[in-house]
Design a protein around this ligand. Structure first.
Ligand code: SF4
Ligand code: SF4
Ligand code: SF4
Length: 245
């Protein structure tokens, strides 16, 4: 029997769930491996019997916490799908403010009635079996992940920096064009997508294990960034900080 797969979304643009739909031709390969039983963006049927739950979005309301706990209880495996679920991505930027201030900025004087808590990744609320990084996810990585899970294997991520993929592609480093880049500390796996199109890496896939943060902060400072700007580079996609919660 094929594993029963569900896709859920919390606070996010839902671009990572959409990226699965955009697999198009490859989606047929995925359907040969698993059965989708619940996925709001793609189907009307629904089921609570789930082997693998893919969940995108950060957890940013009390209701989100309750619903994620429910999903965890009904699923044998739970996979964080994309940067919002993995690092909180840009949804975590609100954690720089007090929640009363956030509500007032977004909703005005009547904001107090809305339910909001500091954004957190899934693993801060429930046990997570695997985290697929990226804003959005890399479709090839998603397909490998599904294949591995369907075969009972734990998926793996590259543990080397984006610079390695960038060098392999023969790109001119964007530091030579006056830009600043997070490639030396960011986790590879996207094929150095941004530098390959002339832009800099913002570490949307999070960091490699044990990144040399201090050394890279020094490099960014030497290239003209202030301490605050360096922090902004490090936290744009990676703002979640356990100590804030
Ligand atoms: S990680 Fe990016 S693409 Fe995916 S849901 Fe979050 S904001 Fe959207
Ligand atoms: S452009 Fe960025 S990713 Fe590429 S080599 Fe330079 S620092 Fe590394
Ligand atoms: S180059 Fe950096 S910001 Fe761009 S997709 Fe890859 S990890 Fe994300």
């Amino acid at each position: 029997m094929k594993p029963r797969v569900a896709v859920f979304s919390f606070t996010s643009c839902e671009g990572c769930s959409l990226a699965i739909l955009e697999c198009e031709n490859e989606l047929l390969d995925v359907i040969n491996l698993v059965d989708f039983v619940r996925w709001r963006e793609a189907m009307t049927e629904t089921s609570d019997e789930i082997d693998i739950a893919f969940v995108d979005g950060s957890i940013s309301t009390h209701e989100d916490v309750r619903k994620l706990q429910e999903i965890r209880e009904m699923s044998k495996m739970l996979i964080a799908l994309g940067a919002c679920a993995h690092t909180t991505c840009i949804t975590g930027l609100k954690n720089r403010f007090g929640m009363s201030q956030v509500k007032e900025i977004v909703y005005g004087p009547d904001g107090a009635q809305f339910d909001t808590i500091p954004a957190r990744p899934l693993r801060a609320v429930v046990p997570v079996d695997f985290e697929l990084p990226g804003c959005p996810i890399d479709r090839g990585e998603f397909l490998r992940c599904v294949r591995d899970l369907a075969l009972g294997k734990k998926p793996k991520l590259p543990n080397y920096p984006v610079c390695v993929e960038c060098k392999r592609k023969g790109n001119v480093c964007v530091f030579f064009k006056g830009m600043k880049c997070m490639g030396p500390v960011a986790r590879a796996g996207c094929g150095a997508l941004c530098p390959s199109f002339g832009d800099y890496c913002e570490a949307c896939r999070g960091f490699v294990d044990n990144p040399n943060e201090e050394s890279h902060k020094e490099t960014l400072t030497e290239h003209g960034l202030t301490v605050q700007e360096v922090m902004n580079y490090f936290t744009l996609f990676n703002a979640y900080d356990e100590s804030q919660i």
